[in-house]
Design a protein around this ligand. Structure first.
Ligand SMILES: Cc1ncc(C[n+]2csc(CCOP(=O)(O)OP(=O)(O)O)c2C)c(N)n1
Length: 593
């Protein structure tokens, strides 16, 4: 195929240049990674690419963080995240970041180098071919496409397959392992063989019969509830209109929270991990006739915790790929297709009916607090408390009221999840509140916020993380310094793996392994060239000059000394961890504490 390219042709010397040319076609601006011997030919090509305005390299301090950065970049831009590493330890260091992207369905190209082909199996330094450490084998279960390029003439077609796999629904990471001699081999053509953008149209896969059944079910039911999952994305607007047309209260999962307007009068909060009483009460209502669950993978932390009766008799699971239906075998109906399109068709049918039918909605008490969140009324006090040490709820209330509307959040694993899910209300419902609850790796937020800020340095970026997770990745602050990113890192410092501590207490297990030494992260930040402050009182928090933080060119690390005895809303998670295997999908979710 020889369609005209949209910018001036770029000279392609070798196969490494070819890879970058395809990335340029996909409008990928950055490749995240760490250099090393075998990946040098790609870095050579990156140097050429950067000079002519093509993709540039961003150097992380650890490959896992580089993969988290690629994840954050992709979440911010909607484009492919790209990460590269050298062979051997570079490739094995990537694995957690790639696994996380796999579970959260982030499109990502993972390029790892291999020792040169003639050295395979000869105990060359860092040999990672199949008779050695076998990196292709290691990546097998966390990629959609995973291959070794064993001849230069394979590279182009394998790369195209990898790109198409990464970007077609369900999206996810793909891995190509390329020997250094192949990266360096001369391509021989001036142009790539394909213009990749023409291959990227999303195939429509709508199950029209199931959509008809869905319409029938909605037209003949009242008391409908909607669930907004992680995959809803821009379809949320139609789903919200649907909720209004049906008088249907709606909830989100902890990850779907980022798409909803949390102030909408029909929203009842988060259902699932660290969720809200209003959402839980809603599902106890015996009058519910139908639950339409959009864009969810039916996870343990979200809608998977619903009661057996609801899951078996009332659930209609609607998703853009059939893959997630394997986790809802009990659903009354599965509907596959573009969520936008399905919601639109429902809306059209409903508007045709509206002269003869209004939908009866459920009467459900709303447990809103003064700050607009969904906590129990009594919790207002703690959200407004000026006590020291600072209550985590107070910190979340501060963020909810003071952060700019356009703030991008990355929330780390640990108690930050629970506090933010329950108490942080964002003004934006365009997906800028980000949380990686699929794989749940500590330190994800540090890389992800940097990747996002690299893409949009002009927008405010906020990372909310525990002191334990920060210690896993604090070296990456240097990346934010190097690239002049005014990220606000907020560390919930309780000198502990707090989630572990409370998990053990709540399940009456031995108390072990959670204590950490007190680290002064402000000093650590300054040592790396960032700004750093210790915050010990709510007054100090309120005095922060957010404008100067976000308009500067240095990251700011806030070491917030929080009350280590404040109990996070994580009881359901503890009960689920301690329960039998059947609990997650098919028995009633136990009540929160
Ligand atoms: C890479 C990784 N290792 C271990 C865990 C298990 N884990 C989950 S939360 C947590 C403690 C987090 O402590 P911290 O970051 O200080 O946050 P806190 O819970 O204290 O707010 C641990 C060890 C994990 N999720 N990811």
């Amino acid at each position: 195929m020889t369609q005209a390219l949209d910018v001036k042709l770029t000279p392609i010397h070798d196969y490494a240049d070819l890879i970058l040319e395809y990335l340029r076609q996909l409008k990928v601006e950055y490749v995240f990674g760490v250099p090393g011997g075998a990946i040098e030919p790609l870095f050579n090509a990156l140097a050429r690419s950067e000079r002519r305005g093509g993709p540039k390299v961003i150097i992380a301090r650890h490959e896992c963080a580089a993969a988290f950065m690629a994840d954050g970049y992709s979440r911010e831009t909607g484009r492919l995240g790209v990460v590269c590493s050298t062979t051997g330890p570079g490739a094995t260091n990537l694995i957690t970041g790639v696994a996380s992207a796999s579970v959260d369905k982030t499109p990502m190209l993972v390029i790892t180098a291999q020792t040169a082909l003639p050295k395979f199996g000869k105990r060359a330094l860092q040999d990672s071919s199949e008779t050695a450490i076998d990196t292709v084998g290691i990546f097998r279960n966390c990629t959609k496409y995973n291959t070794l390029v064993s001849h230069e003439l394979q590279l182009e077609s394998k790369l195209i397959s990898a790109l198409m796999n990464a970007l077609q629904s369900p999206k996810g990471p793909v891995h190509i392992s390329i020997p250094s001699d192949i990266l360096r081999a001369s391509y021989g053509n001036e142009l790539p063989n394909v213009h990749i953008n023409y291959l990227m149209n999303q195939a429509s896969n709508e199950d029209t019969y199931a959509v008809e059944q869905l319409i029938e079910a909605v037209l003949t039911s009242d008391n409908i509830v909607l669930f907004v999952g992680h995959g809803c994305g821009r379809a949320y607007n139609q789903i919200e209109s649907l909720a209004e047309a049906l008088n249907a209260p709606f909830v989100s999962g902890p990850m779907g929270k980022r798409w909803v307007n949390e102030k909408h009068p029909l929203y009842r909060g988060v259902y699932g991990y660290a969720g809200h009483k209003s959402a839980k009460e809603l599902f106890k209502n015996p009058d519910i006739e139908l639950i339409l669950a959009f864009g969810t993978s039916i996870t343990e932390t979200g809608i998977g915790g619903l009661s057996k009766d609801i899951l078996n008799n009332k659930l209609i699971h609607i998703d853009s790929s059939v893959e997630s239906f394997s986790r809802s075998p009990m659903a009354r109906l599965h509907v596959c297709g573009h969520l936008n399109g399905i919601a639109n068709r429902l809306l059209n049918k409903i508007s045709q009916q509206s002269w003869r039918r209004t939908w009866q909605g459920l009467e459900v008490e709303i447990n809103k607090n003064a700050l607009g969140g969904f906590s129990e009324i009594t919790e207002e006090d703690v959200c407004l408390s000026n006590a020291t040490p600072i209550k985590p709820q107070r910190l979340m209330a501060y963020l909810s009221t003071k952060m700019p509307k356009s703030a991008r959040y990355c929330i780390d694993a640990g108690n930050a999840w629970a506090w933010a899910t329950h108490y942080l209300t964002t003004c934006s419902n365009s997906g800028t509140y980000r949380i990686a609850m699929g794989f749940g790796s500590m330190a994800w937020s540090v890389g992800a916020i940097i990747g996002s800020a690299i893409a949009r340095p002009e927008e405010p970026h906020v990372c909310v993380i525990g002191d334990g997770a920060m210690q896993m990745s604090s070296h990456e602050i240097g990346v934010a310094v190097q690239y002049k990113l005014p990220i606000l890192f907020i560390i919930l410092n309780d000198s502990a793996y707090g989630m572990v501590k409370f998990g053990q207490r709540m399940s009456q297990a031995e108390s072990i392994g959670w204590e950490l030494n007190m680290v002064n992260f402000a000093v650590l930040a300054r040592a790396q060239g960032a700004k750093g402050l210790v915050i010990e009182t709510p007054e100090q928090l309120e005095k922060l000059d957010l404008y100067s933080i976000f308009s500067g060119n240095k990251p700011m690390v806030l070491d917030v000394r929080i009350d280590p005895e404040e109990v996070p809303p994580m009881m359901d998670r503890v009960k689920s961890l301690n329960a039998g295997v059947e609990t997650v999908f098919l028995t009633a979710a136990p009540d929160q504490k």
